[in-house]
Design a protein around this ligand. Structure first.
Ligand SMILES: *[C@@H]1O[C@H](CO)[C@@H](O)[C@H](O)[C@H]1NC(C)=O
Ligand SMILES: *[C@@H]1O[C@H](CO)[C@@H](O)[C@H](O)[C@H]1NC(C)=O
Ligand SMILES: *[C@@H]1O[C@H](CO)[C@@H](O)[C@H](O)[C@H]1NC(C)=O
Length: 344
């Protein structure tokens, strides 16, 4: 048996055919509405090539060619041009009606059946009226999601029925029947197609009422109430007016005291700042003098210390002393000399 199968396959290989892997089997594949799905089919021998394989779908008790079916038009894709042994079929923008049996068949009569299951958007209808509270000027999210978050509803509408006066429901998504919500509603389906929650921004009192999220014949009802933020805070402000005046007065007093203390502190700091400014000057002057002292010798140090407070005078006197020092020194030397001489 095996040998004959091998022989058969080898013959196929040379006769330019394709024996489908998993021949005769039925595979289950699941997709989601609005998404895409791959129906797998490939030749058992990856080297084989096939030119005229056919994808069928089972419709109204008949196998019809998928590529000749109007309902699949523009939503089908094959990959065999790039990889000849890959006969898989990609169906995109899935619809609930795509659900059913498909068959991939090659000219050798080899085939595989695929049972495609398409999960659509179902709303959780067990929920009672959902109550949502928003605040005027802010935004609110009205929750509505498909039980399968991956499923995109084929048709979605959001309607609004004002609370008072109670009028007929008006559509606010995808078409706005009145200007009431213009530019303020946004569908939050960016991350998951099955998230049909509606965001209403810049709320006002007139947004209060009943909202309905509808997908085919299923609904979710939400009652929105809007609370005024300012109304609750205004009365408290009014009653607190006298106290707020008091606090204003006391804050004035505080600022006066702060000013007073600042002035005192500044006055106290002034001498310190002045001293800091003068110190480098004194240092510089003294350094200049020391230079002079070096030239004049040890004898003049006293003069510098004595006249520390009269800078200009000291400097001139030092200069004076410097010029006068030499003769004086010589005189003392001579005096000493004379003393020694007298001993001899
Ligand atoms: C066939 O091609 C599709 C698309 O590139 C790929 O996803 C799939 O895995 C391929 N199948 C096989 C059996 O190679
Ligand atoms: C969100 O919903 C709108 C209207 O139904 C649709 O046009 C859009 O493609 C959806 N976005 C996603 C990511 O599903
Ligand atoms: C739907 O989307 C909104 C905004 O991204 C998010 O806050 C909310 O949790 C989502 N709902 C679900 C059920 O994922």
């Amino acid at each position: 048996m095996r040998e004959s199968l091998c022989l058969f396959l080898c013959m196929l290989h040379f006769t330019d055919g394709c024996y489908v892997s998993d021949h005769g089997r039925v595979k289950e594949v699941t997709g989601y509405t609005g998404g895409s799905v791959l129906l797998p089919c490939s030749c058992a021998d990856l080297q084989s090539t096939v030119k005229s394989f056919i994808w069928y779908c089972y419709r109204e008790n008949l196998w019809t060619k998928v590529f000749e079916d109007d309902k699949h038009k523009g939503r089908l894709k094959l990959f065999n041009e790039r990889s000849p042994a890959n006969l898989s079929l990609l169906i995109s923008d899935l619809k609930k009606t795509d659900e059913g049996h498909y068959r991939c068949e090659t000219p050798l009569g080899s085939f595989i059946d695929i049972h495609l299951k398409v999960k659509g958007c179902d709303l959780d209808q067990n929920k009672q009226m959902i109550k949502v509270t928003g605040h005027s000027g802010e935004s609110v999210v009205l929750p509505c999601t498909c039980t399968e978050l991956q499923a995109k509803p084929e048709q979605l509408t959001w309607t609004f029925t004002p609370l008072n006066p109670r009028t007929n429901p008006e559509e606010i998504y995808p078409h706005e029947q009145s200007v009431r919500h213009t530019g303020r509603v946004k569908l939050l389906n960016e991350t998951s197609p099955g998230n049909l929650s509606l965001q209403i921004s810049n709320l006002n009192k007139e947004d209060q009422g009943d909202y309905r999220c509808s997908v085919s014949s299923q609904h979710i009802n939400i009652r929105l109430s809007v609370q005024e933020i300012h109304k609750t805070t205004e009365p408290t402000q009014q009653t607190e007016k006298p106290t707020s005046q008091q606090s204003e007065d006391s804050s004035k007093n505080i600022s006066v005291w702060v000013f007073f203390f600042t002035v005192i502190i500044l006055l106290a700091l002034l001498p310190v700042v002045l001293l800091l400014a003068v110190l480098p000057l004194i240092y510089w002057k003294c350094r200049g003098r020391r230079d002079v002292q070096k030239t004049t010798g040890d004898g003049q140090q006293l003069v510098c210390n004595q006249n520390e407070k009269q800078e200009e005078v000291t400097y001139s006197s030092v200069v004076h002393v410097k010029s006068a020092s030499k003769p004086a020194h010589i005189q003392t030397n001579m005096a000493e000399h004379s003393v020694y001489a007298s001993i001899k």
